[in-house]
Design a protein around this ligand. Structure first.
Ligand code: PLP
Length: 401
């Protein structure tokens, strides 16, 4: 738990106005074809549910998706009447809490149906009293009922009368690839699987698919058409883009769709990650910096010490390979990043003083460092950069930044 007023100088500022504007923009891009399910798993992609869920509610969100029961309970405490989808399914020992808190689990395996049936029998629940969403695997070979298993799954499902199939979902694995061949194949398979579901006498209310990349590549009308053909309404599940980051598309568009241009222009990063200079130090030529002396000064230098390290989520691989912003200029990280400390070279930046703001992610002066910049150097993606900013970094709500 964080103290009520975080005092640590290393902190993440969460711009709630930007989050609300992003939600409204994505809702308008999806409309009128599809609604939105706001993905707030992993503590709102590291931004903090306590700050983000109320802001999203204020922007009009009615439906949230998380992965674990614990995440769902945290969202429920903040959103008493919202629809909350538990993407990761529920496990033995979790069903009573899920029912009591009106959560909606995703199901895709026979053991989950059995577990729900047993819990319902123990509690004497009436028919159709537990809403579930079925996940269909349309090509990712990950989570979901595969086409080969669908018939048996539906047969078992129809014997579990306590369940009510409220929704059907699938995940698109290549919505960020601009030749949409994989997505086309997935949507065709989804269409056939939906036909099998309605043939089995099941009429779900809602069909949802797609992530940020799907919204931005104008998949909403496609999902809408599919949903309408099977008498359902459609929804999309944005995560990253809510937090103001536009997925990168490959290969790069020759002619980007209007929605991608709009998203690039109008989505605003929600999180800024900052710290302050703790100590300044002059070092002579020949001094080594940090563990194992991976950096050796070739001339006298001025170093600034920062109270942030890999235990805060600043990945160690950025040592000697990345720069941070101070006084609107880029200051290279020198030496290894330690668990709790990082050293930057401010020799060329006049006037740096103890207490100066240093930006790890965000804007300062005319410069900006994005999560994507971190990701590029670390060989990963923005999602991982944001979600690994650790619990030691307090999140603070601000209304602008
Ligand atoms: C995380 C997740 C999303 C959101 O994806 P983004 O790329 O962050 O928009 C959507 N659907 C499912 C099933 C997910 O797990």
């Amino acid at each position: 738990m964080h103290p009520p007023h975080p005092t640590r100088t290393t902190r993440a500022l969460i711009n709630t106005a930007a989050l609300e504007a992003n939600y409204r923009l994505l809702a308008s891009l999806a409309a009128p074809h599809a609604g939105l399910i706001a993905v707030v798993k992993a503590d709102a992609y590291g931004h903090g549910c306590e700050i983000c869920v109320p802001a999203l509610l204020h922007a009009g969100a009615e439906s949230f998706a998380v992965v674990t029961l614990e995440e769902a309970l945290a969202v429920r405490a903040l959103a008493p009447s919202a629809h909350i989808l538990v993407l990761g399914g529920i496990f033995d020992g979790q069903i009573a809490a899920a029912l009591a808190q009106n959560l909606t689990p995703v199901v895709w395996d026979l053991w989950q149906l059995k577990l729900l049936e047993e819990a319902a029998r123990a509690q004497n629940l009436p028919a159709a009293s537990i809403p579930v969403h079925i996940e269909l695997d349309t090509g990712m070979s990950r989570q979901g009922v595969s086409p080969a298993d669908l018939e048996q799954f539906l047969r078992t499902l129809s014997s579990v009368s306590v369940l009510r199939v409220e929704g059907i979902m699938t995940h698109l694995y290549a919505a960020d690839e601009t030749n949409s061949i994989a997505t086309e194949a997935q949507l065709n398979l989804l269409d056939r699987m939906l036909a099998a579901i309605t043939r089995a006498g099941i009429q779900p209310e809602i069909l949802h698919a797609g992530s940020s990349a799907a919204i931005i590549t104008e998949i909403a009308p496609r999902i809408h058409t599919l949903a309408a053909r099977h008498k359902m309404r459609a929804a999309l599940r944005p995560g990253l883009s809510l937090y103001g980051i536009v997925p990168e598309f490959s290969p790069a568009h020759l002619e980007p769709p209007q929605t991608l241009l709009t998203a690039r222009e109008q989505l605003k990063p929600v999180l800024s990650w900052e710290t302050r200079v703790t100590t300044l130090r002059e070092i002579p030529a020949g001094a080594v910096v940090g563990y194992n002396g991976t950096f050796v000064a070739t001339e006298p230098m001025t170093l600034a010490l920062l109270p942030v390290g890999y235990a805060d989520g600043l990945t160690r691989s950025l040592g000697n390979r990345f720069s941070l912003l101070v006084r609107g200029q880029r200051a290279p990280i020198v030496g290894r990043i330690s668990m709790d400390l990082t050293t930057i070279d401010v020799t060329e930046i006049p006037g740096v003083a103890v207490g100066d703001e240093v930006i790890l992610i965000g804007r300062q002066g005319g410069e900006e460092i994005t999560a994507a910049d971190h990701a590029r150097v670390d060989g990963t993606i923005s999602w991982e950069i944001l979600t690994r900013i650790s619990g030691r970094v307090p999140r603070m709500a601000v209304e602008s930044k």
